[in-house]
Design a protein around this ligand. Sequence first.
Ligand code: TXA
Ligand code: MG
Length: 331
Amino acid sequence: MEKKATVNRRANFFNIRYASDTIKRGGIVAFPTETVYGLGADAFNPIAVAKVFEIKSRPFFDPLIVHIASVADLDKLVFNCTQEAYLLAKKFWPGPLTLVLPKKKQVPGIVTAGLPTVAVRMPGHPVALKLVKASGCPIAAPSANKFSYLSPTKAEHVRKHLAGVDFILDGGKAKIGVESTVISLSGNKFRLLRHGAIPAERILQAVPGLKLSEAISEPVVSPGMLKEHYSPNKPLFIVGGYFPKNYQIKKAALLSFSGENTRGYRLIKRLTRDKDLKEYAANLFSALHYLEETDVEFIAVEPVPEQGIGLAIMDRLRKAAWKYQKNLTAA
Ligand code: TXA
Ligand code: MG
């Protein structure tokens, strides 16, 4: 049996102190953010960062996001930070926007997977900010899940699925529930590398003269733009207009957005009462974690409108469905 981490009941002064001491001595701490839970290590300690990759079974070609506690901390990581980057940081931080910018040479190559850029964000959860401050170093942290598996939105998801974590800080359920928007910036242009809680329109509006240079469908510029990701351990299908052959509806759970066309399913999970996409996003991963524990054989998902955070939701659902849906023909 591998060692399971201790989870504190709720983060407080004492366990944040313990968690930051753990980071300082090269240990690994899972901590809450407003998007999903992160798996953190001192970003300037390559051996600690290597443990994060190992615990997640994450390939070394996929770089990590570095978490900071003030806009001023950007200068510890980023080489020649631009005016546009500062403006975006001031507008959206603390919050779910990750900026990919040229890195300083002091940032270890393992953090950035050898890329000349580093991804940085200031998380909007008070426990995460206190942890970074108390640790006295930026914290490199991917989402605290096994590579390509469901993201964790509660401390218990981390405890169940990851072995080898030294300490898990419990900050309750993540408010947003999908990961940060990732953009790379070059002068007054940005590329959207991952849909997230902040839609591109809001970024465009925030800085005068800023332009969106490439759509997300570009060939891989961010290793995390993999087709298969966020998958539960049982088949998941997006059921827009057809139903997969060889699967029986009475053995399925339905993740419902509208509350319509629910007949015949074994179990129905309604993630929002009011077609509220934010509420849906906040409940999505915990519903999938829950459905894994039930006896349903597969999960059918009603698509949601691709507006605002709906773009991030559909991105996660398509990736979760990819390995199951790629060879299907409509029934
Ligand atoms: O909300 C979030 O962003 C969460 C919380 C914990 O902060 N973190 C998270 O990390 O989602 P992760 O590792 O699951 O996703 C990081 C994404 C990946 O798609 C990765 O490829 C991309 O950011 N990324 C990191 N550094 C990059 C770089 N230098 N260039 C391009 N993409 C980068
Ligand atoms: Mg992730």
